[in-house]
Design a protein around this ligand. Structure first.
Ligand SMILES: NC(=O)c1ccc[n+]([C@@H]2O[C@H](COP(=O)([O-])OP(=O)(O)OC[C@H]3O[C@@H](n4cnc5c(N)ncnc54)[C@H](OP(=O)(O)O)[C@@H]3O)[C@@H](O)[C@H]2O)c1
Length: 268
């Protein structure tokens, strides 16, 4: 692994990882790191020898994660310009930005749409991702080996009843990634989309369903082996650790029991 930074357009040595001059490590920023997929990704990247800055709003959870794993952290809201400026400052030269913070709110039909829920989903999944990516790129591109990874969803690739606000936001996030890949062509930046199906995390369905634990549990009841956060962290880290000329544009990952977004096998 060579040490140092390079600037300018992509060259034929793009396969060579270029690590941080001071630490000798690749540096990642992972948003939504206080729980679920983000938490698992921080742990997995650290195990692979990366230096990681964990980001979420709940400082107590980040402090606990940092005490357990040795990651760096900054408590910040990606919907705030001021907070994003603090993330950028704490991150320093960065090789991978894992845009994972996000989620769903509500299952209302379009004719009964709760616009506050729609707004939250757009602000977080789309504008939050754009705000941070835009702010981070100037200190990612000069590393000569940069990755912008987006955690979208199978909901980014279709529609389902009751999913209008979430599918709209995740479809928009996917299109932002595709646009960015076109715009950065010739630069040493991969844009990677990971689109999971059903992942049983502690909070995703709970937050979506108004913090009703019984309703959240019912989502996974009878489903043989839904995905878990570690399955997605494994996929994220696999894409980030391919030789840098290999761009995994899109990875769709569903549990075996899920044939399509709306078709999930459940045991009686
Ligand atoms: N679980 C699934 O079935 C599934 C399937 C497909 C895609 N996904 C996507 O994968 C990602 C992670 O899923 P998950 O299940 O791990 O979700 P989760 O358990 O609900 O965690 C969401 C994370 O995002 C953070 N977050 C939310 N709003 C934020 C904001 N404004 N600023 C900073 N951080 C914020 C939360 O932390 P704080 O509350 O501490 O800020 C939390 O760490 C999401 O984008 C989700 O849409 C999930």
């Amino acid at each position: 692994m060579s040490i140092g930074c390079q600037t300018g357009p992509m060259t034929d040595n793009a396969q060579t990882p270029v690590s941080n001059e001071t630490t000798g490590k690749l540096r990642a920023v992972v948003t939504g790191a206080s729980t679920g997929i983000g938490d698992a990704t921080v742990r997995r990247l650290l195990a692979e020898g990366w230096s990681v800055l964990a980001v979420a709003r709940r400082e107590d959870r980040l402090a606990k994660l940092a005490a357990e794993t040795g990651c760096d952290y900054v408590a910040a809201d990606i919907t705030s310009d001021e907070d994003v400026a603090r993330i950028v400052e704490a991150a320093g030269p960065t090789h991978a930005l894992v845009n994972n913070a996000g989620g769903a709110r509500g299952v209302d039909r379009v004719d009964a749409a709760d616009l506050d829920n729609y707004r939250w989903m757009y602000e977080t999944n789309v504008l939050g991702t754009v705000r941070l990516t835009k702010a981070m790129l100037p200190q990612m591109i000069p590393t000569g080996r940069a990755d912008v990874l987006l955690l979208t969803s199978v909901a980014a690739h279709g529609a389902y009843e009751g999913g209008g606000g979430y599918t709209a936001a995740k479809n928009a996030e996917r299109i932002i990634g595709e646009t960015l890949r076109l715009e950065l062509n010739g630069q040493p930046v991969r844009v990677i989309e990971i689109a999971p199906g059903m992942v049983q995390t502690e909070e995703f369905s709970l937050r979506r369903l108004g913090n009703d634990q019984a309703k959240a549990d019912a989502v996974y009841e009878g489903v043989p082996n839904p995905l878990v956060a570690e399955d997605i962290a494994d996929a994220i880290v696999w894409t980030l650790t391919r030789p840098h000329h290999v761009n995994i544009d899109l990875m769709v990952i569903k549990p075996l029991a899920q044939a399509a977004f709306h078709k999930v096998y459940k045991e009686a």
